[in-house]
Design a protein around this ligand. Structure first.
Ligand SMILES: *[C@@H]1O[C@H](CO)[C@@H](O)[C@H](O)[C@H]1NC(C)=O
Ligand SMILES: *[C@@H]1O[C@H](CO)[C@@H](O)[C@H](O)[C@H]1NC(C)=O
Ligand SMILES: *[C@@H]1O[C@H](CO)[C@@H](O)[C@H](O)[C@H]1NC(C)=O
Ligand SMILES: *[C@@H]1O[C@H](CO)[C@@H](O)[C@H](O)[C@H]1NC(C)=O
Length: 958
């Protein structure tokens, strides 16, 4: 949670004022044709631009007229092209020499041929170019300084994959020109140029590295974040994405939020996709115009990976080969989570647990925001409201009913001699310091804090010990919520004061005591190129000053964007050790690779309809960034929700990978309003039934990479209609979720890609895509459809995943019309199960069962196969039943029936299990809906089963 810091209206080009009379600062070289290199940032005004010696052309449209009012409405804040750009004669270029080409790549030396922009610092020359054909689908292009090592994302945090040696079958060509140096990456198959730096300048200065590529107008681009983009999931030309982790509520549009993800997914004609990853953690701006994309960072090296797909899901898998595949969440984390900032005491928590139970709404995990702490000290309990004995019995009660508890932990440790976490930190000397060796003191919830240095060799031991002491002696948590880890700091960069005061335990004074002189290292505090942090804020604003030092002298300037990521890695390791199980950590700040360790929620949103809509984009983006275990604060965090909004939100939230309601002091538990409670029972009831499906979807991406919540184009890249859809999404491989997102609406227009789609709720009414359909969905309902061709494993619903886990499996067998799948294969799916919380995935307690259905002419067979074959250490639930959707008996005519009328309803259905009629099987056939419901099977599937069904007109009429 955060304090509410609304960002004022982006000052934007509002100040476009009378600058049209200065069309060019330097005459004819301010050409508006061709690539323009941005000199300012979105939000710069004319006078500031001109004072930098740059060209100011607030043009919008071909006529060159000043149309400053257009394209800048509201917070969108983007124009089509940079309005403030560098004199075009100032292009920096290098020549390539001593080029060495081998079968596995290219090595060359780049020598500066034309210096440019001295105001951003001297150019570094020579540069070393290393191009490596790492795999047939992965190309690695890296530019470094051969003489002096520069900062790079530490290997310890993000180990780079070893090249697995590409063969001659690479999907790409890497071509380059020597003078000036430029390169292209193209797709061999069709010759399409995917990335082309030729003709664009290349910068490599100490505090400014930049690379630009042409991008065709027709490309569909996704990625880059973390930001809230009201324009939707697809990137719009004119988008400047700034990446500098910041504690700013997700309710703010078009501004850098908590995490950094310089990853792009680009879909070209015909649905062929590729990815681009700029591996750099310095502050950066990425500018996308209608003709180019420019990556600019204020440090580090130019390190790019290209992933050739060709499908979007291939791109994601190839990306995750580099950043790491998503962690496997514990089963319990798939249940429903409830949180509120402002739970006053243990009694209130207990009443919330009771409220859910008596309303019959699933509740698996209770959370606590900072309220439980003693004066905002991590690892403590408030002595009065969260007194130890009460807390113990509360946690005992939760655990006895298979429920869990996740508390918040912030990185800042209160400066308070006598407080064990503070004393131990001092003793181990693990806090960040300034250049003079003084510990840095900032302010978060406690009036004065030190920040742990996650690079310190002793920090793991320190953090594990603190968490362990809290877990073992005070409150046995099940997971940890790592908040405020950008890191947030309420000390503002432009405020300074003296040294931290000597504060006694109860004698807190000087709440604005923020130590250190922010102007001391001006090249860090004031780099020559200013990224557009929060539309013009200094880098240190609301965070740890960039001149602070980590172990080994790494500056916060370089490591800021990985502060939260490195905390995540340390925390996950600690939680795994302490709980002796599969760790669950939710982190606000993330970086590429974080998904291998943590879950993520979109952050502090607002209880309004816009935020409900935007939440889908946040969730899909997190999935593209390799963090599938993600969700938004259901019903909205800030502000006051309504019965209708909260009902719509839980209907949607029940189908997001992570499902947690959270609010800022306002009680908005789901049982508080009748319509919300109804919506919750219905949607969460279905979610609980779907836990085996969801868990298996997570297992699939944990093992092979991918997304759990996906944009429609992930599965239907050839259908360009899907490129702009972000009000619907796919959950796992076979569910399409189409929520109502408008106040007062009771219908939703939903797009169905090519395929047969069955209504999940009534197991029936089917829609044939492609096409848009208007679906009825009054409050309490959410349209969800099953894609024909998939088999969805479900179990019976229950309040927690532990209850669900004890029930038999039931399969939704959604048949594809014959011919959709190769041969007679009509549907397939699988289920993965294990103990749910063991550290090891694929351990001895685990199993996978694969399902396959084949159909022909009114006959069908479902086969289950356990892989690997049965093993004594595990127990596979029995198969209880199945719903066959799209079940049709061939119409009876004189040829194959005994003279019955055409389409006779007297056809009998029989079900055999392993070749024999099953004595307890109850069969229900719904002719109108084309479904067959079989229950009562109670059949073990350890060894594989065959369930057959057939339409049989020779049975006597009953
Ligand atoms: C770069 O290449 C161009 C064209 O070949 C040449 O004119 C120029 O002298 C070269 N510059 C350097 C520094 O090698
Ligand atoms: C790259 O070079 C290869 C081999 O010389 C050539 O076949 C291909 O057409 C070139 N591609 C581009 C985009 O220049
Ligand atoms: C790359 O871009 C340059 C400049 O825009 C252009 O001249 C060149 O033809 C492009 N290369 C390819 C292979 O498309
Ligand atoms: C839909 O998919 C089927 C099977 O994959 C294919 O044969 C058909 O051409 C597709 N139809 C459209 C409209 O794309």
């Amino acid at each position: 949670m955060a304090r509410w810091f609304p960002v004022g209206h982006i000052l934007l080009l509002a100040a476009a004022i009378a600058m049209a009379s200065h069309p060019a600062a330097r005459g004819s070289s301010c050409s508006v044709e061709g690539p323009r290199m941005d000199c300012g940032w979105v939000g710069i005004d004319g006078p500031t631009c001109v004072s930098r010696g740059c060209c100011w052309r607030p043009v919008h449209g071909a006529d060159g007229e000043d149309e400053a009012g257009e394209g800048v409405d509201g917070a969108s804040g983007v124009g089509d092209v940079p309005w403030c750009f560098h004199d075009t004669s100032h292009a920096s270029a290098y020549n390539a020499s001593s080029c060495k080409e081998t079968g596995s790549g290219v090595q060359a030396t780049l020598v500066l041929a034309s210096p440019a922009l001295p105001s951003l610092g001297p150019d570094i020359s020579p540069l070393k170019l290393s191009v490596s054909y790492e795999t047939n689908t992965r190309l690695h292009v890296k530019l470094t300084d051969p003489t002096e090592a520069r900062w790079e994302v530490p290997e310890s945090l993000l180990p780079r994959p070893a090249p697995s040696k590409a063969s001659y079958g690479t999907l790409y060509d890497f071509n380059y020109t020597k003078s000036p140096f430029g390169f292209t990456v193209s797709r061999k198959e069709n010759g399409e140029v995917l990335f082309n730096t030729t003709g664009h300048s290349l910068f490599f200065k100490d505090q400014y590295v930049a690379l630009t590529s042409s991008i065709p107008e027709s490309a569909a681009l996704y990625g880059l974040g973390e930001t809230t983009r009201p324009t939707g999931l697809r990137l719009r030309p004119g988008t400047m994405t700034t990446m500098w982790n910041r504690d700013i509520p997700v309710a703010n549009a078009n501004i850098n939020l908590y995490g950094t993800h310089p990853f792009l997914l680009d879909i070209r004609e015909g649905g062929l996709a590729h990815g681009v990853f700029f591996l750099n953690c310095n502050g950066m701006d990425v500018l996308y115009t209608e003709s180019m994309i420019e990556f600019r960072a204020v440090g580090g090296v130019l390190d790019f990976y290209f992933f050739l797909g060709p499908s979007p899901s291939d791109v994601i898998q190839q990306y995750q080969d580099v950043i790491g595949r998503p962690m496997m969440p514990p089963l319990w984390s798939l249940g429903f989570h409830q949180c509120r900032y402002g739970y006053k005491n243990v009694e209130e928590l207990e009443s919330v647990v009771d409220g859910y139970a008596s309303a019959n709404i699933p509740l698996e995990v209770m959370w606590n925001d900072i309220d439980y702490m003693d004066g905002y000290r991590d690892f403590t309990l408030d002595k009065l409201n969260y007194a130890l004995p009460k807390m113990r019995s509360y946690l005992q009660r939760l655990h006895d009913s298979n429920q869990r508890w996740v508390p918040i932990i912030d990185p800042g440790i209160m400066v308070d001699p006598g407080y064990p976490a503070y004393d131990a930190g001092i003793q181990k000397d693990i806090f960040l310091k300034d250049a003079s060796g003084e510990r840095y003191a900032g302010k978060v919830w406690p009036p004065i804090v030190h920040f742990p240095d996650w690079f310190h060799p002793d920090v793991q031991e320190y953090w594990t010990a603190q968490l362990r002491q809290f877990h073992d002696q005070l409150a046995a948590f099940d997971g940890i919520w790592a908040d405020m880890n950008e890191a947030s700091n309420f000390c503002s960069a432009n405020r300074r004061s003296g040294k931290p005061l000597d504060l006694g335990r109860h004698g807190m004074v000087g709440t604005d005591a923020c130590s250190s002189d922010f102007s001391s290292n001006s090249s860090l505090e004031h780099p020559p190129y200013r990224i557009n942090n929060a539309n013009g804020a200094p880098l240190s604003d609301r965070s740890i000053p960039v001149s602070m030092l980590h172990h080994d002298g790494v500056t916060e300037y370089d490591a800021h964007n990985i502060y939260g990521f490195s905390e995540s890695v340390v925390t996950v390791k600690a939680v795994a050790e302490i709980t002796e199980g599969r760790p669950f950590v939710l982190s606000r700040s993330t970086f590429p690779g974080a998904g291998k360790y943590v879950a993520h929620w979109s952050g502090d949103n607002m209880a309004d309809w816009n935020n409900l809509r935007w939440s889908i984009v946040s969730i899909l983006n997190a999935n593209l960034f390799g963090i599938p275990m993600t969700g938004a604060d259901i019903c909205g965090f800030f502000g006051t929700t309504t019965e209708e909004l909260c009902a719509r939100w839980i209907s949607l939230g029940a189908f997001t990978p992570f499902t947690r309601a959270h609010s800022d002091h306002v009680p908005q538990e789901l049982y508080l309003w009748p319509k919300t409670a109804d919506a919750a029972r219905k949607a969460l009831g279905m979610r609980m039934r779907l836990t085996p499906y969801l868990y298996s979807a997570f297992k699939a991406v944990h093992s092979a990479g991918g997304t759990v919540a996906s944009p429609l184009w992930m599965a239907f890249p050839e259908d360009s209609t899907t490129y702009d859809i972000d009000r619907q999404f796919l959950l796992g491989p076979g569910l399409l979720v189409s929520p109502v997102l408008e106040q007062g609406a009771d219908r939703v227009d939903a797009y169905f890609p090519n395929g047969t789609w069955y209504d999940l709720w009534n197991n029936a009414s089917k829609i044939q895509g492609p096409g848009t359909h208007s679906l009825e969905a009054p409050v309490g309902d959410i349209p969800v459809h099953v894609l024909g061709g998939t088999i969805i494993p479900t179990q019976a619903q229950g309040p927690t995943t532990a209850h669900v886990r004890e029930t038999p499996l039931s399969l939704i067998v959604a048949l594809a019309p014959e011919g959709d799948l190769s041969g007679s294969l009509a549907a397939q799916g699988s289920v993965y199960m294990d103990a749910g919380d063991t550290l090891k995935v694929d351990g001895p307690d685990s199993f996978t069962v694969e399902f396959e259905a084949r159909t022909a002419h009114g006959r069908g067979v479902l086969t289950t196969t356990a892989v690997p074959p049965s093993n004594a250490e595990r127990s596979i639930p029995q198969l209880g039943g199945l719903d066959v959707l799209g079940f049709e008996c061939p119409q009876v005519d004189a040829r194959d029936g005994p003279g019955l009328p055409h389409g006779a309803a007297t056809i009998e259905v029989s079900v055999n299990v392993n070749g024999a009629a099953h004595p307890q099987a109850a069969i229900l056939r719904d002719v109108a809906r084309g479904s067959l419901h079989v229950s009562g099977l109670a059949t073990s599937i350890e060894r594989g089963v065959k369930v057959e069904w057939r339409c049989d007109s020779s049975y006597p009429t009953t």
